[in-house]
Design a protein around this ligand. Structure first.
Ligand SMILES: [Ca+2]
Length: 260
C-alpha cells in the first residue's frame, strides 16, 4: 500500500483596519502595496473588503504527495492586501515556504487588507539606532511580529534605547501602534516615546497583557515624508523599580496614516 499525504489550503482574508488596528478609518486613500521582507510598506485601501486576500501557488502543482516529498508554497497577495504569515500546520512569514509532507497538513495563508503606512520590524532597526544591551529572542513567542523581538532587562534608570525610525511614505497625520509577545516576566510599565513634527508623545505600556495586538501609543501625530532624525518611536528599559529578571520588548511599530 502506498501512503499518501493530503494537503488542504484555506485562504483567509482579514481586514487590516478591523483585525489589527482598532481605530476606524473614515475615508480610505487609494493605492497599491509594496512589501519588503520584514518591513511592510502599505499603500492601499482602508475599509471592509469582502474578497479573499490572495492565492497560494504549490510546487509541484498537485494536492496529493508521497510521504517525505518536499513541496514549496508561495503566497501572493491580491492588490490591496498584504501577506500576513502562515498558520494551521505552518507558522511564520517565510515566503516561499518549504514543507516536507510527512503527514496530512492544513496550511493557512493569511492576508490583510492594507492601509497607508509602515510597519517597521525590530530586525529593520540598524545598529546606530540601538544603544545599551539588547538581545534577540531565541524563540518565536506567540504574538511576535515576524521572526523575533529584541529585549532588554528592565532597569530603574534607562541604560538601553531602541529607536524605530520609519521611512514615512506620505506626509500627514499618523496613529502609532506597537506590538509585543506578552509574558509574565514583561515590565508592566514600558516607557515609549513618539517624536514627531509637533513634539513628543509619551506612553507607558503594560507588556504583561495585550500581546499579539497592535497597541496604540500615539494618535494623529504629524510626520514629514521620508526618514528623519527627529521622527521615531523609541522604547527604553528605564521602567523604574521592577522585580529581578523583568524585561522590556521591542518587536514592531506600525505607523498608520489617518489624514492630512
Ligand atoms: Ca519582530
Amino acid at each position: 500500500m502506498v501512503m499518501k499525504n493530503l494537503i488542504r489550503f484555506s485562504v483567509l482574508g482579514f481586514v487590516f483596519a478591523a483585525a489589527h488596528f482598532a481605530a476606524a478609518q473614515a475615508s480610505p486613500p487609494p493605492g497599491t502595496i509594496v512589501i519588503d521582507n520584514s518591513e511592510a510598506v502599505l499603500e492601499g485601501n482602508w475599509g471592509i473588503v469582502s474578497a479573499y486576500g490572495g492565492t497560494v501557488a504549490t510546487s509541484p502543482n498537485k494536492s496529493v504527495f508521497s510521504p517525505g516529498e518536499e513541496v514549496t508554497f508561495t503566497a501572493k497577495a491580491n492588490e490591496g492586501y498584504v501577506f500576513d504569515g502562515w498558520s494551521g500546520n505552518a507558522e511564520g512569514y517565510r515566503n516561499p515556504l518549504r514543507v516536507v509532507m510527512n503527514t496530512n497538513k492544513t496550511i493557512i495563508a493569511n492576508f490583510l487588507a492594507a492601509g497607508v503606512g509602515v510597519i517597521m520590524d525590530n530586525t529593520k532597526v540598524p545598529e546606530e539606532d540601538r544603544s545599551g544591551k539588547w538581545q534577540v529572542s531565541q524563540q518565536t513567542a506567540a504574538g511576535t511580529w515576524f521572526d523575533n523581538h529584541d529585549f532588554a532587562v528592565a532597569k530603574e534608570t534607562a541604560d538601553s534605547t531602541f529607536t524605530f525610525r520609519p521611512n514615512i511614505p506620505k506626509a500627514g497625520k499618523y496613529d502609532v501602534y506597537i506590538r509585543y509577545a506578552q509574558g509574565s516576566n514583561r515590565s508592566s510599565r514600558v516607557p515609549w516615546k513618539v517624536s514627531h513634527k509637533g513634539g513628543v508623545v509619551n506612553a507607558i505600556v503594560n507588556q504583561k497583557s495585550n500581546g499579539g495586538e497592535w497597541v496604540q501609543i500615539a494618535s494623529s501625530v504629524e510626520f514629514e515624508n521620508g526618514t528623519k532624525k527627529e521622527q521615531f518611536a523609541e522604547v527604553t528599559n528605564g521602567t523604574g523599580a521592577e522585580p529581578a529578571g523583568t524585561v522590556v520588548v521591542a518587536d514592531a511599530v506600525a505607523f498608520v496614516f489617518v489624514g492630512q
